[in-house]
Design a protein around this ligand. Sequence first.
Ligand code: NDP
Length: 339
Amino acid sequence: GKVLLTGGTGFVASHVLDCLLDHGFEVVVTVRSQEKGQRITKSVDETLGKQVSFVVVEDIAKEGAFDEVVNSDPPFDYVVHTASPYRLHWEDPVKDCLDPAIKGTTGILQSIHAYAPTVKRVVITSSSAAILRPPNHPKVYDESSWSDVTWEQAMDPKHTYRASKKFAEKSAWSFLTTHTPSFTLATINNSYTFGPIPRSLASLGALNTSNHRIRDLVQGRMLRAGIPPTAPVFTYVDVRDVALAHVRALTVPDAGGKRFYVVGGFFSNPRLVGIVRRRFPALEDRLPPKEEEEKDDFPEDYWGFDNSRSREVLGVEYRGLEESVVATVESILRFEGGG
Ligand code: NDP
């Protein structure tokens, strides 16, 4: 099978790419520049090189951005759409975040519908942000829950990102009800994601947002500044499990029409410090003091999660926190050491 994978430079996408290649797919990734495309093709093992190529899509928010890209020879069987901005600060919430998230999503669905009738399944990377509804938490979250963030709230940069994920996913499902495309849709609603940093990363300064706290810890920033509060999210998932969920969601017939809450377990920043202290004694002089690590800020009345759909339908088996953190730290140390 042949897959179009958007946002190829991304943290999640780099693992989806590896997982697709492992499963024998041919993959075309979209990136924003030639230079970025070349970094990716170079990062892939030579024996798999023939299975990967890239196309440049500079701005996913632009009307018709994917029209030419989806029309490929041989034609695509599947599409995975991961590209979407994920940062904590925005100058212009609409232009910088909401437009690319929402128009990028509806745009690619329109292009596939118009020009790529061979596509059977589209998987979109949504987020747990489209599920969680602070402060109205149920006891246990599952796929039946939707964020209740409003467009007005989205104008406040604090809420822009999570709103972008909700509105993007909503618009994808509503596309499916207002059109009758050849493809079915599944969304992966992954939680806060840790895991090995992309081999194609240009610098640790360009690292994706959800790995910042582990990077900062390893680079000694919590020694100087203290352990930052964990809130608001206390659930994590390993990126390799997220990648497998995407790949399975492409091919498992029953996955069509479903969202998947992909979450591995609970964490807190003090617990991250504890794991790094125990497993990487050589980093001791970069870590905050043990007394600080013992002040766990994990809330006692925290809500639960139900990830049974992802386990049952997609067959995902979740990695534990320690395994995920150790692999993340190892990848950062490898990168610091020059690869
Ligand atoms: P990254 O920042 O590593 O990846 C984001 C990707 O989107 C990059 O390839 C980026 O390109 C691309 N992108 C962003 N804006 C645009 C745009 N306007 N036009 C074209 N491409 C664009 O983050 P992640 O890998 O973490 O995020 C990937 C997906 O996973 C996103 O949809 C995110 O919302 C979702 N997600 C992530 C979670 C996490 O904790 N990491 C949790 C839940 C969901 P470039 O590199 O050129 O900037």
